[in-house]
Design a protein around this ligand. Structure first.
Ligand code: NAP
Ligand code: HSE
Length: 432
């Protein structure tokens, strides 16, 4: 440990002082005494790298630099906190820090979900730690609970509302009847959205987080590119209204599950029964619902984004690493890097809600039902709303295989009585 933090103190070098970084500066300052007591030594802020040195910052930052290597290479820095985001230069900087034996705390889900295995291996080889609690669901403790508290159990399924922006948008569309564009603009104004909003609304952000959760829950290396992904751009007011009428709410879910030893990971909008704990997660809140053999069902709920909630997780990791440094611990608990087979998405078994525009004529329902039964997809309930010669049919299936559902949809589109397949949404949290 350096002397920069005082006698036996710990010095933190910060890469980035935006939303998250500024929160870290604030918490390290406000909680200085309790952090020192928990670590057993003072934890001081060292150099801070930003892009724009002349930008106003509403936190007191001591030594600012525009050269992030000054932070990483500073011999007085014990722990490097990466709060810049993106793949490069974050990857190169974290690699350099770990290579020199410095431990790293990051909030960067994009990087961890793409290149975590390489970074964890380097950390292990160098006797350093790489912690990333803030990378998934911001302020909610979920990495350590999955990795450590549940290490004696067998997790079967993780179901999460992992993106605050899309949950905020879906809440506004459901409760206030606003469109996606208006709700997104408000989410951006409130600081929830990523710089590129496609990361949120197209599901990339949730897919990165789902990959990280799957890797820990199932001791396997899952990268974001392995995750089946659909965003919320196809979710319309009509779909939300139908779902509500039938007792469901629409949520963007990240799902990681064990299928007889294989691992399936997917992100898509889903209808969730209002009675399910995830249905009551509103606004920008996140939640992770975990099902494990011994403990049963667990739910972790809270703020998945924002300056102080995210900084709470980062500073928690700083304390963990700093304590380890104080007692000479090498290597923290690193995720296993085995490789379990990934279940192809078309083999996933799930319930579906299929919304059809049809002609309101005798025999249509029977024809539609045959298309489902031809592929072994069993219908659980049917709801019809007619207007003149046309009608909308909403069919909810029993659990069925994605491949069979796609074959059913193919046949439905060929039927003269079916004007269009207006929407297909998976149903989660009920019968499986
Ligand atoms: P942000 O507000 O855009 O802040 C990024 C910071 O990094 C800024 O201070 C910026 O400098 C600095 N920076 C960027 N590139 C740099 C470079 N090449 N050299 C030096 N400094 C550089 O981003 P953020 O929202 O805090 O997010 C940071 C990380 O936390 C991301 O990985 C994000 O995914 C993750 N995260 C964010 C949240 C959240 O609620 N925002 C929640 C969970 C995880 P300037 O200030 O000069 O521009
Ligand atoms: N844009 C992300 C969200 C920020 O809305 O959840 C936290 O990762």
């Amino acid at each position: 440990m350096s002397d920069a933090g005082g006698e036996g103190g710990v010095t933190v070098g910060l890469l980035g002082c935006g939303t998250v970084g500024a929160g870290v500066v604030r918490l390290l300052d406000e909680h200085r005494d309790s952090v020192a007591a928990r670590v057993g030594a003072p934890v001081e802020l060292g150099p801070v790298a930003v892009r724009n040195l002349s930008r106003d910052r509403d936190v007191a930052v001591g030594r600012l630099t525009a050269d992030p290597r000054e932070v990483v290479d500073d011999p007085g820095v014990d722990i490097v906190v990466e709060a810049m985001g993106g793949i490069e230069p974050a990857r190169g900087l974290i690699t350099a820090a770990l290579d020199s034996g410095k431990s790293v705390v990051t909030a960067n889900k994009e990087l961890v979900s793409a290149l975590g295995a390489e970074l964890f291996a380097l950390a292990a080889a160098k006797g350093a730690r790489l912690e990333y609690e803030a990378a998934v669901a911001g302020g909610i403790p979920i990495i350590k609970p999955l990795r450590e508290s549940l290490a004696g159990d067998r997790v079967r399924r993780v179901l999460g509302i992992l993106n605050g922006t899309t949950n905020f948008i879906l809440t506004k569309m459901t409760e206030d009847g606003v469109g996606l564009g208006e709700a997104l603009a408000e989410a951006q104004r409130l600081g929830y959205a990523e710089r590129d909003p496609a990361a949120d609304i197209e599901g990339f952000d949730a897919a990165a987080k789902a990959a990280i959760l799957a890797s820990i829950a199932f001791d396997t290396a899952v990268v974001a590119g392995d995750v089946y992904r659909e965003g919320i751009t196809g979710v319309t007011a009509t779909v939300i209204a139908h779902a509500r009428r039938l007792g469901y709410v629409v949520k963007l879910l990240g799902i990681a599950e064990d299928h007889d030893g294989e691992v399936g990971v997917r992100v898509h909008p889903a209808m969730v029964p209002v009675s399910h704990p995830l249905a009551s997660v509103r606004e920008s809140f996140n939640a992770v619902f975990v099902q494990a053999d011994a403990v049963g069902d667990l739910m972790f709920y809270g703020r998945g984004a924002g300056s102080l909630p995210t900084a709470s997780a980062v500073v928690g990791d700083i304390v963990t690493v700093a304590r380890g440094l104080r007692c000479g611990e090498r290597n923290g608990a690193q995720p296993a890097v085995g490789r379990r087979t990934l279940r192809p998405f078309d083999e996933v078994i799930v319930q579906y809600a299929v919304l059809l525009d049809v002609a309101d004529e005798a025999g249509v329902l029977a024809t539609v039902a045959s298309a489902f039964s031809d592929h072994g997809v069993s219908i659980r309930s049917v709801w019809q709303d007619g207007e003149g010669d046309s009608a909308q049919l909403l069919l909810i299936t029993h659990a069925a295989c994605e491949r069979d559902l796609q074959a059913t949809l193919h046949d439905l589109r060929l039927l003269a009585a079916v004007g269009s397949v207006a929407n297909v949404m998976r149903v989660e949290g009920g019968e499986v």
